[in-house]
Design a binder for this molecule. Structure first.
Ligand SMILES: Nc1ncnc2[nH]cnc12
Ligand SMILES: [Zn+2]
Length: 309
């Protein structure tokens, strides 16, 4: 199995149904069902929002530092089995703060799991774009006392209707703190969202970015500046951003000379961890070993914090 870095992974998206049930029991939280297969049976999505509804609902079981620790430790174990040598991990603090879970609990559990794993890994704090820019600024200010525990900021959640330009000020604040910058763009939103992420948020990587391929000038810019794109093939199929894996534009992105990487996004929901994504694009898209080697090499080059140990 090829060594690789994973650069687009939401830790809350690694919450497997088995862990949902375990944490609900531990925290005495009532669930509509405690049947793991019944929970998994709900994971059939029609678009990004239909997934986000379930994703936020399941997070109700994450309450204590131990819960966040167990979540991240389970991901890091599986990632190591999938050939991951370095992971840059998104987390969504607003989704926890709004349920009354303090930042200290979230950072405490996640950072301890990363440290204890012995793997090369770092955290990226994501703003939920559908909560708006003021909320994002408030959470960044609240997170600054933990500045040493995260390497950058990102932008995720419902894309269409929440363009990157809304978040100019908070990304400027992040840049002034020396934080790295990424944003989801061009997943459901069009190429204009990717332009704004580059020009206004000054992002250093684009998460997804598949719709950038609709705009040749944008493709030329991404190629010229070697801006990496963190593509998530199984996610795109499950959220119906593409009709099927056989229709995925990944090989064309690579042929265009873009710095593409392959990642899992929310593996507990989309039917595969990162190596499963590599295997799926090999089987369904006929990608060659040398193309996959290129993608794996890109993943290390595109990382912010990989320390070749
Ligand atoms: N694929 C995705 N797009 C936007 N927000 C997300 N949050 C978790 N996964 C996401
Ligand atoms: Zn994502």
């Amino acid at each position: 199995m090829r060594p690789k870095a994973e650069l687009h992974l939401h830790i809350e998206g690694t919450l497997e149904p088995e862990l949902v049930v375990e944490l609900a029991r531990r925290n005495r939280i009532d669930l509509p069902t405690f049947d793991v297969e019944a929970i998994r049976a709900r994971y059939s999505f029609t678009n990004l929002q239909s997934f986000l509804d379930v994703y936020y609902e399941n997070m109700a079981v994450l309450r204590t530092e131990e819960d966040f620790y167990d979540l991240a430790a389970a991901y890091l174990r599986r990632a190591a089995e999938q050939g991951v040598r370095h992971a840059e991990i998104f987390f969504d603090p607003q989704a926890h703060l709004s349920r009354g879970v303090p930042l200290d609990v979230v950072f405490g559990g996640l950072s301890a799991a990363l440290k204890d794993s012995g793997l090369s890994a770092a955290l990226i704090l994501c703003f939920l774009r559908d909560r708006g820019p003021e909320d994002a600024e408030q959470v960044l200010r609240a997170a600054l006392p933990y500045r040493e525990r995260f390497i950058g900021v990102g932008l995720d959640s419902a894309e269409v209707g929440y363009p990157p330009s809304l978040f100019r000020r908070v990304f400027d604040m992040a840049a002034a703190e020396g934080l790295r910058r990424v944003a989801h763009a061009g997943e459901e939103g069009g190429p204009d969202y990717v332009w704004e992420a580059l020009d206004i948020l000054r992002v250093e990587r684009v998460d997804h970015g598949i719709r950038a391929m609709e705009d040749p000038q944008l493709v030329a810019r991404l190629r010229a500046e070697r801006i990496p794109l963190t593509v998530c093939p199984l996610s795109n199929v499950r959220l119906r951003a593409v009709p099927s894996l056989r229709d995925h534009i990944l090989p064309a992105m690579l042929d265009e000379g873009l710095v593409v990487t392959v990642n899992s996004d929310d593996p507990a929901y989309f039917g595969g961890y990162v190596e499963d994504n590599y295997v799926a694009v090999k089987n369904e898209l006929g990608m060659t070993e040398s193309q996959l080697d290129r993608i794996a090499q890109n993943s290390f080059e595109a990382s912010f914090a990989y320390a070749n140990q």
